[in-house]
Design a protein around this ligand. Structure first.
Ligand code: SAM
Length: 286
């Protein structure tokens, strides 16, 4: 597996920053479901670390509620947008850093650690290291969302058949090991054509059992581990478009998606866009 190049990742995320909060397809549902999950775990929380906080979609509202927040991100451009959005808030600090090395932060130093949508999975071959760092600094609760291997394997197979007319080695690398690196195989460039900088990052797609076992191995108790927004991900785009355009229907649909994830298909593939596998884990002695 080719190693992740964080300089390249940083440049790529910098270019993504102006579009970070432009939701496409089922992204708004994924975001709303993550909010629901966060609000279930705020009791007794004072300090929050948001790893890969991006432009502050979660960190800033949490600071506005009064929590002490550290917002850490690899990308200076993401941090700059977030800083501007935060205005005069004094209880949020912005830190440039890398999820694979949180050594400036002590063990168990935050009541709640968030690592949502990207910061772990985009570390590619170092994704497990990033996840373990998030576990280490979580004093009570960790909420993490990562790319779901089931979803990526299906997308990779479909892109490969569509663009190359056959099943490229990258499909098997994703299916069998959750691995993707743009430069791993010559055909991979075709997968990323049309993405920002014609690049698709260095990724690791997790399976629910794999994520659960890393969290448990780090001494955390897993409260939830499975797909987020699978119902939305299974809806045809035109139907979803109608739901998203109807402000009265949207909250009811989100509630239905939440129930579907919990009661109907806990190990479903999650939403099509954004990280579709979500876990909540607690420190047993907290
Ligand atoms: C898709 S955005 C998600 C932002 C926010 N967490 C959310 O869910 O809306 C992913 C963020 O992770 C950051 N990121 C990617 N790799 C990272 C790393 N190794 N360490 C810290 N942040 C990273 C990116 O710069 C980007 O801001």
């Amino acid at each position: 597996m080719i190693k992740v190049d964080f300089e390249r990742e940083r440049t790529w995320w910098d270019a993504q920053a102006p579009h970070e909060e432009e939701d496409r397809a089922d992204e708004a549902v994924n975001r709303a479901l993550r909010w629901r999950e966060i609000t279930r775990h705020l009791e007794g929380v004072r300090t929050i670390l948001d790893v890969g906080g991006g432009t502050g979609a979660f960190s800033i509202p949490l600071a506005q509620y009064g929590f002490e927040v550290i917002h850490l991100d690899l990308s200076p451009a993401m941090l700059e947008i977030a800083r501007l959005k935060a205005g005069g808030l004094h209880n949020i600090r912005f830190v440039e850093g890398n999820a694979v090395d949180l050594s400036s932060l002590a063990d168990c130093s935050f009541d709640l650690v968030l690592a949502l949508d990207g910061a772990v999975s985009f570390c590619g071959d170092r994704a497990e290291e990033a996840l373990l760092e998030c576990c280490r600094v979580a004093g009570r609760t960790l909420i993490v969302s990562v790319l779901h291997r089931a979803r990526l394997a299906a997308q990779w197979a479909s892109t490969s058949l569509h663009v190359l007319g056959g099943l490229a080695p990258a499909v098997y690398a994703m299916l069998e090991r959750g691995e993707w690196h743009q430069d791993q195989y010559p055909e991979n460039a075709a997968f990323a054509r049309g993405s920002t900088h014609d690049y698709l990052g260095s990724l690791h797609g997790f399976l629910p059992g794999e994520l659960r076992s890393i969290l448990e191995g780090a001494g955390l108790q897993v409260v939830r581990c499975g797909g987020v927004g699978s119902l939305a991900g299974l809806c045809p785009p035109e139907v979803l478009g109608r739901v998203l355009a109807d402000p009265a229907l949207f909250p009811e649909f989100v509630e239905l998606c939440d129930a579907y994830d919990r009661e109907v298909m806990p190990e479903g593939p999650g939403t099509e866009q954004r990280a579709g596998l979500l876990a909540v884990a607690r420190r047993a002695d907290a």
